[in-house]
Design a protein around this ligand. Structure first.
Ligand code: SAH
Length: 377
């Protein structure tokens, strides 16, 4: 692949390039560390690497390959960045302030669009456009890292939970993780990174074998095949028993506590019976369940309009899980007023509008104005 920017390089490939240029390969680590530390404000002239190399880098290797097309901030402090790639296309990356005043969490995308067709997820409307390169994932990380710094925070964790299915672009995801968490570069550790999957079993096992020490999250959303296949077409290929088995193997091999994501849909997967069956499924197995109340995305792929359960029903579901011995966390919706919440990320910037069962609702835009309009840009 042609290397078009510094963000396309791993330490090894940059060392080789510098060597080919007759420059000192040891400058590779200096350059990448500086790129990561300064995020958007990188300038090779700030480094003690010699005029010749600085000039050559300026001429032949631009540092970045994306620009920020839009930036939206919601009242809860969540920020959404539309990152436009010079290679074409754009995705959304999200920055969430953590409860600690000096930290923030980031969420990045692995594909433009998504082929998975999960019924309630907006990322899949329109199908898959293309895989992102590792460099394009590093770009999103740098955008979020700079965004966190602007807010006086440090980006302390990163999830591959944006648009796309990471296991279907796994080589690039693994390459991106290796670069982001490279000890020579600093910034973020392996353990602070989570990869989320719809449950592509061969990918889960390959990630396990890559031995990266990252977290794995599985989007389960139902404890039984009948309900899960309705929501997630991939379940027909990799049913509940198989994905849970893969998770158990990941847990046993890596010792990392896995996470189950469970998007709660009113009247679909939120009964006490579902909770009991989920607890049953997890017996003798160490994993946490993240319960995510559904974020409205309008009419679904199958033409259904889903709804978020009432607060009492959500609470009862979480309590039933805990009663069954499960460690369950209720995830507060973040950034849903700017369509930056789970399942709301899309490929083009859309007006800050939520379409719920009652039709378009008003939402706070980044500039403080109130807008209404259609979700599809
Ligand atoms: N394809 C991967 C990565 C995307 S993660 C995966 O499926 O895990 C996005 C997470 O948000 C998944 O758990 C997904 O199921 C969840 N999600 C999707 N649409 C949602 C919605 N409308 N409301 C709440 N969560 C949603």
């Amino acid at each position: 692949m042609a290397m078009s920017a510094l963000t396309d390089h791993s330490l090894e490939s940059l060392r080789a390039l510098l060597q080919g240029w007759g420059a000192n390969p040891a400058h590779a680590a200096t350059l990448l560390r500086h790129l990561h530390e300064t995020a958007g404000r990188f300038d090779p002239a700030d480094l003690p690497i010699g005029r010749t190399l600085i000039e050559r880098l300026r001429l032949e290797l631009p540092s970045r390959q994306s620009s920020i097309a839009h930036r939206h901030r919601s009242a809860d402090g969540t920020e959404k960045f539309m990152v436009a790639f010079f290679g074409g296309g754009a995705v959304e990356a999200v920055l969430m302030p953590s409860h600690r005043p000096d930290r923030a969490a980031g969420c990045i995308s692995s594909q433009i669009g998504c082929a998975m067709g999960c019924d309630f997820c907006a990322s899949t409307f329109g199908g898959l456009e293309r895989n992102l390169t590792a460099g394009e994932m590093v770009e999103q990380y740098l955008v979020l890292r700079a965004g966190a710094a602007d807010a006086g925070r440090r980006l302390s964790s990163l999830v591959f939970m944006g648009m796309g299915e990471p296991m279907l672009n796994l080589d690039a995801v693994i390459a991106a993780i290796r670069r982001i968490a490279a000890p020579e570069v600093g910034g973020i550790g392996w353990r602070q990174i989570t990869v989320s999957t719809v449950g592509i079993v061969p990918g889960m096992l390959r990630l396990m074998q890559a031995d990266l020490n990252v977290h794995l999250a599985l989007s389960l959303h139902a404890p039984d095949d009948l309900t899960r296949s309705r929501l997630i077409p991939a379940n027909r290929r990799y049913p509940v028993a198989d994905v849970i088995d893969a998770l158990r193997r990941f847990d046993a091999a890596t010792g990392r506590t896995c996470t189950l994501e469970y998007t709660l849909l009113d009247g679909v997967n939120d009964s006490l019976d579902h909770a009991r069956r989920l607890a049953e499924l997890m017996r003798g197995f160490r994993a946490h369940v993240n319960v995510i109340p559904y974020n409205p995305t309008g009419v679904s792929v199958s033409g259904t309009v889903y709804a978020r359960p009432a607060p009492e029903r959500i609470e009862a579901f979480v309590q039933a899980l805990r009663g069954g011995g499960v460690v369950a966390h209720l995830r507060r919706p973040r950034g849903d007023t700017i369509s930056a919440a789970c399942g709301q990320l899309q490929r083009r910037s859309s007006p800050a509008v939520i379409i719920g069962p009652g039709g378009p609702q008003k939402a706070e835009a980044a500039d403080g104005q109130t807008r209404t309009g259609s979700r599809t840009a």
